[in-house]
Design a protein around this ligand. Structure first.
Ligand code: SF4
Ligand code: SF4
Length: 410
C-alpha cells in the first residue's frame, strides 16, 4: 500500500444546466453550460483543464483585464474553476490581476494554486513573509494548492537552506494551504531526493509528448507515481511550441488525423496519463480558452495508435534542432542587459523549422538594439533561472553567429 492516496481513476462528468451563484453578495450568477470533465482528488473534484496564468492576455505592456474577466467567466460557466498563478508570472502582476477578478466570486467556488518563489528567499522567515504578500495580492485567506516553485539543479540547495518545507508545512497545519506540493524542472536524480523530503500532496511536472524524452519527463513521472504522488501538468503544449508545428510534424498529424488540431492533440496526450489531476494550459485569449474547453467537454483518452503518432511527431520535432525554450521569461527577470531571450530563441526556432535565413535576418532585425544577443556579457544569471537548464549565453552566441551569416548572404 502506497503512503499516499491515488487519484480515483473514475472520471466525473458534471451536468450543465444549474445556475451557479458566484457573486460575493454581488448577485453575480453564471449559467452553467457544457462542463469540462472532472477528476476526484482527495476530498474535492478538480477540472481536468486548469487555467494557467503565466501567459495572460495583454494590451501593450498591461494585462488586458477585460479579456481576463471574460475568460474567467467562461471558465466558471464550463466548470474549469482551477487557476494556477505564481509570484513571478507576467513580471509579478499575475497574482494581482487574478486576485482582482476572483474577488467577485465566492471563495468556495474556485480552486487557486500559487507558488513560493525560491529565488526571493534568503531565510526561513522570508517564506511566510512572501506567502502573506501573495495572499494579499490574490485577495484570499488561503490557497488550495501551494508549491515550492521551480525546484531544479540551481534552486535545490536554496530550497533546503531556507527550510521551505518545514515553514510551508506549518502554514498547512494552520489551514492556510490545503494541498502542498512542488513544481519541478530538475533531473531525475534530484527528484528522487525531493520526493523523500515530505509527504507531498502533489507534484507539478512538465509533461508533454515532446518532453517525455527531452527532459526525461517519463522518468520523473514514474518516480512520483512510484511514491503515490499525483501530478498536475504544466506546459502540456510547451509554451505554444506544440501548437505551431513545423510542416513535417503537421503533415504527420494531419496525415493520420485530418480533423485533429495540434492543441487538441497535445492536451489530450497529457490528460491521458492516469496519474494526472489537472492539465494547466496557459491561455492568452478567449478564443484559445473556448477551443481548449471544448477538448475537455468531450474528452476521450488517447488510443495506442494516437500515442504512436505522437511519438513519431516528437522524433520529427527533435530532429529539427530547435531550442527547447518554453518562453516562460524567467531568464529575462534577471538579465541585467534586458536581452529578449525568449523572442530570440523563438525566431531562431522558426528559422530551424523553415530553413529560411532570410526570415531569420528580417525577424531578428525587428528586435530593438538593446534586446539583441550581442549585448550578452555572459554573466550566467539567466542560466540559474532557466527551468529548462538551457545554456543560454552559448545559445545566444550561436543565434548571433547564424544571424551574421544570414546577413552576409542577404
Ligand atoms: S548571460 Fe547574457 S543573457 Fe544571461 S543574464 Fe547575463 S547578460 Fe543576460
Ligand atoms: S530560455 Fe529558459 S528561462 Fe528563458 S524563456 Fe526560455 S525556457 Fe524560460
Amino acid at each position: 500500500m502506497k503512503r499516499r492516496e491515488f487519484i480515483k481513476s473514475s472520471v466525473l462528468a458534471l451536468g450543465g444546466t444549474a445556475l451557479m451563484t458566484t457573486g460575493c453578495g454581488k448577485n453575480k450568477t453564471i449559467k452553467a453550460q457544457g462542463q469540462v470533465i472532472k477528476r476526484k482528488y482527495k476530498d474535492i473534484t478538480v477540472p481536468l483543464l486548469g487555467f494557467g496564468l503565466m501567459r495572460l492576455p495583454m494590451n501593450g505592456n498591461k494585462i488586458d483585464m477585460v479579456e481576463l474577466e471574460k475568460m474567467t467567466e467562461y471558465a466558471f460557466a464550463h466548470g474549469a474553476n482551477y487557476f494556477d498563478t505564481a509570484y513571478m508570472y507576467v513580471d509579478g502582476n499575475s497574482e494581482t490581476a487574478i486576485g482582482k477578478v476572483l474577488k467577485r466570486y465566492d471563495r468556495n467556488s474556485f480552486i487557486l494554486a500559487d507558488k513560493s518563489p525560491i529565488y526571493k528567499m534568503n531565510s526561513q522567515s522570508d517564506v511566510r513573509k512572501i506567502f502573506d504578500e501573495q495572499r494579499k495580492k490574490c485577495q484570499v485567506d488561503y490557497f488550495d494548492f501551494y508549491m515550492c516553485h521551480n525546484i531544479n539543479v540551481n534552486t535545490f540547495e536554496q530550497y533546503r537552506n531556507v527550510k521551505m518545507v518545514e515553514e510551508l508545512n506549518k502554514l498547512k497545519e494552520e489551514g492556510l494551504i490545503k494541498y502542498f506540493g512542488f513544481s519541478f524542472h530538475g533531473t531525475p536524480e534530484i527528484l528522487k531526493e525531493v520526493v523523500k523530503d515530505y509527504n507531498w500532496d502533489f507534484a507539478q511536472l512538465q509533461v508533454n509528448y515532446l518532453d517525455w524524452d527531452v527532459v526525461k519527463a517519463h522518468e520523473q513521472y514514474n518516480i512520483v507515481q512510484a511514491e503515490g504522488i499525483p501530478v498536475t501538468v504544466m506546459e502540456p503544449l510547451r509554451g505554444g511550441g506544440l501548437v505551431n508545428l513545423s510542416e513535417k510534424a503537421m503533415a504527420k498529424l494531419k496525415g493520420n488525423y485530418p480533423n485533429a488540431t495540434p492543441a487538441e492533440f497535445g492536451l489530450r496526450w497529457a490528460a491521458s496519463q492516469n496519474n494526472v489531476v489537472t492539465v494547466l494550459s496557459g491561455m492568452s485569449n478567449l478564443k484559445q480558452m473556448k477551443e481548449n474547453i471544448a477538448v475537455f467537454e468531450n474528452f476521450t483518452p488517447m488510443s495506442e495508435e494516437e500515442i504512436k503518432v505522437a511519438d513519431e511527431m516528437a522524433k520529427i520535432i527533435q530532429s529539427q534542432g530547435e531550442i527547447n525554450c518554453t518562453a516562460c521569461k524567467y531568464c529575462t527577470e534577471v538579465c541585467p542587459k534586458g536581452i529578449n531571450i525568449p523572442a530570440i530563441f523563438s525566431l531562431y526556432n522558426q528559422y530551424k523549422v523553415t530553413n529560411s535565413a532570410f526570415h531569420l535576418k528580417v525577424y531578428y532585425e525587428t528586435l530593438s538594439e538593446s534586446e539583441k544577443a550581442n549585448n550578452c556579457i555572459k554573466c550566467g544569471l539567466c542560466n540559474k533561472n532557466c527551468p529548462q537548464n538551457l545554456p543560454i549565453p552559448d545559445l545566444l552566441a550561436q543565434v548571433q553567429k547564424e544571424y551574421e551569416k544570414a546577413k552576409a548572404s542577404a
